[in-house]
Design a protein around this ligand. Structure first.
Ligand code: DC
Length: 229
C-alpha cells in the first residue's frame, strides 16, 4: 500500500508499545521514525550524570537550564540516541532514568529544547513520531493521529519483560508503580500534558498483537485517504 507524505503522530500512556508500533509502521510504509521520549530520556541521563538530580525528582533547574545550550543530544541512523560522540541508547532505557524522566519533562525549558530538535526534522513528510504531546503540541496539524492506551497490568508486564530481555533484574511492583506515577505526572503537568487530541483515533491494544495493530492502521489510512488496499 502506498500512502502519501504525511506526518503520523502517535501519543499515549507509558509502555503501551508506541515505539514498537511506530517503528513497524515506519518500516511497513517507508517512513522516518522519531522517538521523542528518547530526547527527554537523554536530558534526564545528562542531568543525572551532572549530579543535578537528588533522589528521583529534586532537580537543580537553575543549573540545568543554562547547560542545555551546550548539550549535543541527537539521533544517529546506526546508533540511535547520542550525547556528543557517545551512544546512550542503553543508558536512557534503565529504570534509574525512567524514574526521573517525567519530572524532567515537566520543565518548560526542557520541553522547548526538545521541541526545537523535533521541529528540526520539519514537516518534511513521511514522519512517524511517538510521544505524549505530538498530536497536541509538536505537530498539531499532523494528518493522522493515534492515541494509544492499554490495561495497567498488561503494560507493566510488557515493560518488565523488556527490561528482563535487556539483562536487567526489575521488580514487577516497582515497574508498575513507575508507570502509574509517570502517567500521573505526564497527564497533570502544566505544559503540554498528555491528553488525546480531539482528532486522534484511539488504539487500545490490551488484547491485540502487533500484526493486528498494523492491520488496524492500514484500515484507518485506507478509509481516511481513500486508498484502495
Ligand atoms: O515514551 P517514553 O517512555 O520513552 O517517554 C519518557 C518520558 O518522556 C515520559 O514519561 C514523558 C516524557 N515525554 C514527554 O513528556 N513528551 C513526549 N513527547 C515524549 C516523552
Amino acid at each position: 500500500m502506498t500512502i502519501p507524505d504525511i506526518v503520523i503522530a502517535v501519543d499515549g500512556y507509558s509502555s503501551t508499545g508506541k515505539s514498537t508500533f511506530a517503528k513497524l509502521v515506519a518500516k511497513e510504509f517507508g517512513f522516518l521514525y522519531l522517538d521523542s521520549g528518547a530526547l527527554y530520556r537523554g536530558v534526564t541521563l545528562f542531568a543525572l550524570e551532572q549530579g543535578l538530580i537528588e533522589g528521583t525528582d529534586r532537580i537543580d533547574t537553575a543549573r540545568l537550564i543554562p547547560m542545555l545550550g551546550g548539550l549535543d543530544l541527537h539521533f544517529e541512523t546506526d546508533r540511535g540516541t547520542c550525547i556528543g560522540d557517545r551512544c546512550v541508547e542503553a543508558e536512557i532505557r534503565t529504570l534509574r532514568v525512567s524514574n526521573s524522566v517525567s519530572p524532567i519533562a515537566t520543565i518548560p525549558a526542557v520541553r522547548n529544547f526538545v521541541d526545537a530538535k523535533l521541529h528540526e526534522f520539519g514537516r518534511k513528510g513521511r514522519i512517524i513520531m511517538d510521544g505524549r504531546d505530538i498530536g497536541t503540541t509538536v505537530f498539531p496539524d499532523a494528518e493522522l493521529k493515534v492515541f494509544m492506551t492499554a490495561d495497567d497490568q498488561v503494560r507493566a508486564q510488557r515493560r518488565y519483560d523488556e527490561l528482563v530481555s535487556k539483562g536487567q533484574t526489575p521488580d514487577f511492583q516497582e515497574v508498575l508503580a513507575n508507570l502509574k506515577e509517570r502517567d500521573y505526572i505526564d497527564s497533570h503537568r502544566e505544559t503540554s500534558p498528555l491528553q488525546r487530541a480531539a482528532d486522534a483515533f484511539i488504539l487500545d491494544n490490551s488484547d491485540m498483537n502487533l500484526h493486528e495493530e498494523v492491520v488496524w492502521i492500514q484500515g484507518l489510512i485506507q478509509g481516511k485517504f481513500g486508498i484502495l488496499g
